[in-house]
Design a binder for this molecule. Sequence first.
Ligand SMILES: Nc1ncnc2c1ncn2[C@@H]1O[C@H](COP(=O)(O)OP(=O)(O)OP(=O)(O)O)[C@@H](O)[C@H]1O
Ligand SMILES: NC(=O)CC[C@H](N)C(=O)O
Length: 544
Amino acid sequence: MCGICFCLHTQSTPLSIDYTPLNARGPDFQTQHGPISLTSNLYVTFAVSVLALRGYKQQQQPFIDEDGNILLLNGEIYEGALQISADDNDGVVLSQHLKRCSTDIDICNLISALEGCFAFIYFQKKTNSLYYGRDRLGRRSLLYSTETDPPSNIKMILSSVQLNNLSYTELDSNILHKLTVIEADHTFKIDFIPYVNRSIDRIVRDPPDTLLNELESNSEFQTVSKIFLNQLQNAVQRRVINIPSLCRQCKQFADSILRPLDGCQHAKLAILFSGGIDSTVLAALVDRVLPINEPIDLLNVAFFSAVSAPPADRQTGLQALTELNPERRWNFVKIDINLNELQHYRESIIKNVLYPCSTVLDDSIGSALWFAARGNGILHQDNIPYESLAEVLLSGLGADEQLAGYSRHRSTFQTGGWKALENELDMEMNRISKRNLGRDDRVISSLGKEGRFPFLDEQFVNYLHSIPIWLKADLRLARGIGEKYLLRYVARHYLSLEQSSKYPKRAIQFGSRIAKLESRKEKASDQCSRLTTTTNNNFMNDEE
Ligand SMILES: Nc1ncnc2c1ncn2[C@@H]1O[C@H](COP(=O)(O)OP(=O)(O)OP(=O)(O)O)[C@@H](O)[C@H]1O
Ligand SMILES: NC(=O)CC[C@H](N)C(=O)O
């Protein structure tokens, strides 16, 4: 994942900014560009770090076109509105399209039409304007601070992660931002231009009385389940084709070539793998599109106290492994973490990358995700230490928010019926960037890796949005059956995941047992003191 940043500052002298957290996101290449003078006392300096994933050769940034326009891109743009061949770099293609844009509307239309997970900064030279934003779901982090920093004469900073200990806010997704300078008084203003809405309207009609399991042979359900499978398969495919054919280690010796014909033998793709229905379906779908000789890492994190038995996710993970294609090499990585290790890495790294997220829930999800994504553990099959070298990670996030997977959805349905449930799911998708995605991106990217979310693919999300809720879930049916019914059906009927299709949801903080490790009596929404204060845990001992 790349790190992108611009600073608006009042003197042309070099900035005193420590870019270390930004650079961690892009281990392949780092640079700064500027300062560029906007007025006689307002300058902009860009910084970027690149994790090169797309195109035939590693592509450096920023992209500067013949007119002097500058683009910084973090993330992925998939073929859709733009034609991007396997050997093209998505940023190069976007920069060419942006160059043809004259007005705000041109730029907004272009950005709104993109498919993919991205954050970007674009300096349009002829208008002296900066455009910036995140994809509409907010799958990449972008923070801003307008806190003044006298030593570095900063007026504003926009960055993927916190820099210089200033206080930051997450940028709204779903909006294009435009910063223009006001020449007369050397100040600036920011305009907000909403992205063009591209979601398909839902067909409004009355729900049937029949339970969803009695509708399985109904032709509408059959059609929906086939399209659903097809859409999810395509979403997975978009995210796994064209990844480098070299792992992060072998990439270093390849003279910038990302996809030589003979790739390395290591896994280039990993799945954050709880063994629950969401991540197991992803594994089965990846298996259908990646060549059979490609190994895949399955990263499974579990937190242990001295006496505890393996938590639920370890058990479901190993069980799900037995349902996956035995012809493929699946590297099931057991990532076992104890209290000392958790406290050490939380204090030294994790709490900084979580910022500005700071609740108890952010702490437990973010910490579990960090250890899972790091991928250091024991290889289950061979019982030897193993470090995942894959730079692209798939996550099953987003299924529950669209298919009514959380237990809170049951209470909503019981009190308010189908309409209330549908409204709640809409609300959850609207807040997913603020609640999950910015944080998860900062966590995974801090390890120089990139998280991808097939359940949040635009085409898939639009399709799911267009079909009525009672074809997706039926919360009159029991736990482990009714929630995410459509996904469970597809898993059982088309992917042979008989056992895995029946697991009830266990969110990462419970399934991995991180929430129990410190056995504190806290509410998930409380501010987490472990993230906001410095403790003396910044060392490791062997007592656990
Ligand atoms: N213990 C774990 N180890 C590794 N990755 C995990 C673990 N738990 C969850 N994840 C990853 O995080 C994603 C979102 O987690 P969430 O807490 O929503 O679990 P979930 O909805 O129950 O997903 P799943 O059905 O895959 O278990 C999962 O789909 C999976 O990719
Ligand atoms: N890591 C990223 O954000 C990737 C940027 C761009 N898609 C590339 O592959 O070069």
